[in-house]
Write a protein that binds this ligand. Sequence first.
Ligand code: NAP
Length: 327
Amino acid sequence: MEYTQINGVRVSRIGLGTWAIGGLEWGAVADRESIDTCRAIFEHGINCVDTAFIYGDGHAERIVAKAMAEHGRREDFYIATKGGLRRGGDRVVADGRPTQIQQEIEDSLRRFQVDYIDLYQLHWPDPLVPIAQTANAMREMYETGKIRALGVSNCSAQQMAEFQAVAPLHASQPPINLFEREAQESIVPYCRKHEVAVLAWSALCRSLLTGKIRADQTFPENDIRSADPKFQPPRLAQYVAAVDALDRYAQEHYGKRVLHLALRWLLDQPDVSVALWGARRPEQLAPVEEIFGWKLTAVDMQAIDRIVCETVKDPVGPEYLKPGLRQ
Ligand code: NAP
C-alpha cells in the first residue's frame, strides 16, 4: 500500500467506497458481507473508508459503525463521510443549509458512535445556499474537534475558493478515472496550488474498468447502472471495446489486467491522493496487492490515451448523478 497525508494524518491511497453498501442504488447487498468488507481493508493495508449519509440514508454509515465496533479500535479507521444530500420526493436533492449540515454531522457522529469524524465532506454544492455559508457551519464543527478535516465533493475551483475564504479546506472529491477526466482541467490544478488532497471517486468507472461488463449487459431497475448513460447501447459497446484493448495492453506490457491498470493509472496521476474503490464483498479487494510495486511510464500514458480516444467516439461523463433542487 502507498500512503498519503490529509491534514497531518496518514491515509491509504486506496479508500474503500461504500456507495453500494448503502443498499439502495446498486441492488441488494448482505449486511454481513458489507461488514466483512469494511473489516477486510486491514488485510490490504487500507485504512480509509469513504461513506455518506445518502448511501442508504444512513445505512452505509451504520455498517461502517458495526465494522468499527467489531474491530474494536476506532483509531485504525480513517472515516471520510459526507453530508448535504438527502431524498426529496423521488429524487436526491442538495441541502447545504447551515443548520442542516450541522445536524447531519451530529447524526453521523451518533450513527458511527464516535466522538470525531476524520474527514467530513460537503457531498454536492447546493445552488440555493452560498457555499461560504455551508463552509462556515462546517468550520464551526471543525473548531469543536468533532471533525478533524474538512472536504468538499463535486465542487468547481471557484466554489473551492469561496469555501476557503471562510474555512480551511483539506480535501476535494471529484470524479476521476480513466474514462472521466474533466476534473483534471481546473479542479485538480486548484487542489495542487492550494495543497488540497484529491480523493478520486468511481475509480473503476462504476465497474466498467473491472473488465467484467459485456456490451449487451443490462442491469435491474434498482441498480444505478440501469440509468447511467455509459451503460446503454450503442455507447456501452465503445466503452467495452476500450476496456478490452486496455486489458490487452496491461497483459502484454505488465502481465496485469485492466482493473490493475485502471487503479495504477489513477494513482500515477499527478496530485491524486486517494483512489476510491467501491466494493461490497471482501474478495473484491483481493487485487489490491497487484496495484503496487510498479508504475506506468509516459509512453504507457500516451498509449492509454490513444486507446481511449480512438475507441470511445461518443464519451459521456457522470453528470446524470447531479442532484436536483430542493422544493
Ligand atoms: P467503482 O469503484 O467505480 O466501481 C465499483 C464496482 O466495481 C463495485 O461495486 C463492483 O461491482 C465492481 N468491482 C469492484 N471490485 C471488483 C473486483 N475485484 N472484481 C470485479 N468487480 C469489482 O464504484 P463507485 O462505487 O461508483 O465509486 C467508488 C466510491 O467513490 C463510492 O463507493 C463512493 O464512496 C465514492 N463516490 C462518490 C461520489 C460523490 O459524489 N462524491 C459519487 C460516486 C462515488 P459489483 O458489486 O456490481 O460486482
